[in-house]
Ligand binder design. Structure first.
Ligand code: CP
Ligand code: NVA
Length: 296
């Protein structure tokens, strides 16, 4: 099994706080040498992607390596072949396996089957690469992470969980505003030290950053109507942002403009969404450099 010996990144909570800071420091460095020279990175996607595929491919190139993009139907992760056998096969050719999966358990199974590091490029429950970029963005803008207040408004989803785990590790203050049934289980929120409310206005009061994401994530199309109904009053619009002290707006993208966020906010002067998108590449480079043994 690879979990104990290899440097997987499946969730942010798996990382020691010091490791998380190391990865952020590596991500802030443009030149990390060529630890992937002559080596491959397998990028397995069960779901679509714009940012993750392109930022991971270019980060692999910047580290001297060769990315191979693998679409859903090519390997049939867990269908044409077991998750373990796919991982064992890819480990014959590559130095890192990265996967975007519908079911997080597939990542655990892949990581347990191989010695090389496995990287989560989004699962139903977590999106650690996004959180790395988000924490980097927060650090760039606020100059620090510890003590910074971040309000999450809307569905407490995979992106929210990874950010919450990062905030817990690095001492940021996170509060979630979501309707009944769309927040974290109380036990999870308590363990992370996250406050929850149903009131967006309460959550954004005093926040330095306001973050939202789509109401219907990939794979949730069956629930779309119920989700839009439940989350309909959780839009981040100019009125909600006006309740903050000039907070920055964050969104992982892709956005459903007019649903979870208004154009005036995402296109406004305090939107950091394109900086986040750019930081996806820098944090992918930092994450892979650490996985390959930087700063041992
Ligand atoms: N933020 C993000 O992961 O975007 P993609 O789904 O386009 O990769
Ligand atoms: N929560 C979204 C994030 C996309 C990057 C999803 O899982 O579809």
């Amino acid at each position: 099994g690879g979990r104990l010996v290899s440097r997987d990144i499946l969730t942010i909570a798996d990382l020691e706080p010091g490791t998380l800071e190391t990865i952020l420091d590596l991500s802030a460095r443009a030149d990390l040498g060529r630890p992937l020279a002559g080596k491959g990175v397998a990028l397995v996607f069960q779901k679509p992607s714009a940012r993750t595929r392109n930022s991971m491919e270019m980060a692999a190139v910047q580290l001297g390596g060769h990315p191979v993009y693998i679409q859903k139907d090519e390997v049939g992760l867990g269908t044409r072949e077991s998750a373990e056998d796919v991982a064992r096969t890819l480990a014959c050719y590559h130095s890192v396996i990265a996967a975007r999966v519908a079911d997080h358990g597939l990542l655990d199974r892949m990581a347990a089957a191989v010695e090389i590091p496995v990287l989560n490029m989004l699962s139903d429950s977590n999106h650690p690469l996004q959180a790395l970029a988000d924490l980097l963005t927060i650090r760039q803008i606020a100059g620090k992470i510890e003590g910074v207040k971040i309000a999450w408004v809307g569905d407490a989803n995979n992106v929210c969980r990874s950010l919450a785990e990062g905030c817990a590790a690095l001492g940021a203050e996170m509060i979630i505003a979501s309707p009944e049934g769309y927040g974290f289980a109380p036990a999870e929120a308590d363990a992370l030290g996250i406050r929850q409310t149903v009131d967006p206005a309460e959550a954004v009061k005093g926040a330095r950053f306001v973050y939202t994401d789509v109401w219907v994530s990939m794979g949730q199309d069956d629930e779309a109507a119920a989700r839009r109904e439940a989350l309909g009053t959780y839009s981040v619009d100019a009125e909600l942002m006006a309740r903050t002290d000039d907070a920055w707006f964050l969104h992982c993208l892709p956005a459903r403009r007019g649903e979870e966020v208004a154009d005036a906010v995402i296109d406004g002067p305090r939107s950091a969404v394109w900086r986040q998108a750019e930081n996806r590449m820098h944090s992918a480079r930092g994450a892979m450099a650490w996985m390959l043994g930087e700063a041992r």
